[in-house]
Design a protein around this ligand. Structure first.
Ligand code: SF4
Length: 99
């Protein structure tokens, strides 16, 4: 499931540079996440980096876009073909395996 930014967003912008997929951009009303680029940070981090830094906790799972770990890893590899071999699943690189 991709992560989404709710209307609680205060447009601080701290999440934008944290996304490994450059999925976050400034929208008309709030910052927004492109679901086609969101991998819930699978392959890179053990939690969504936007959610980790958001001061108002408005980066949340989108219940309308549920995806499993395998699909998210495949997307990460497609977005980063140069790093595909390095993108693996572990407690450090997947929120699905994090302690
Ligand atoms: Fe909005 Fe949170 Fe991103 Fe700040 S960190 S721009 S409040 S989603």
């Amino acid at each position: 499931m991709s992560t989404m930014i709710t209307e609680e967003c205060i447009n601080c912008g701290v999440c934008e540079p944290e996304c490994p997929n450059e999925a976050i951009s400034e929208g008309e009303e709030t910052f927004q996440i492109d679901p086609e680029l969101c991998t819930e940070c699978v392959g890179f981090h053990d939690e969504e980096q936007c959610a980790a830094v958001c001061p108002v906790d408005c980066c949340v799972p989108d219940p309308n876009r549920r995806e499993d770990e395998a699909a998210l890893l495949e997307r990460a590899k497609a977005i980063h073909p140069d790093k595909a071999a390095e993108l693996t699943l572990s407690p450090q690189t997947s929120r699905f395996r994090a302690a």
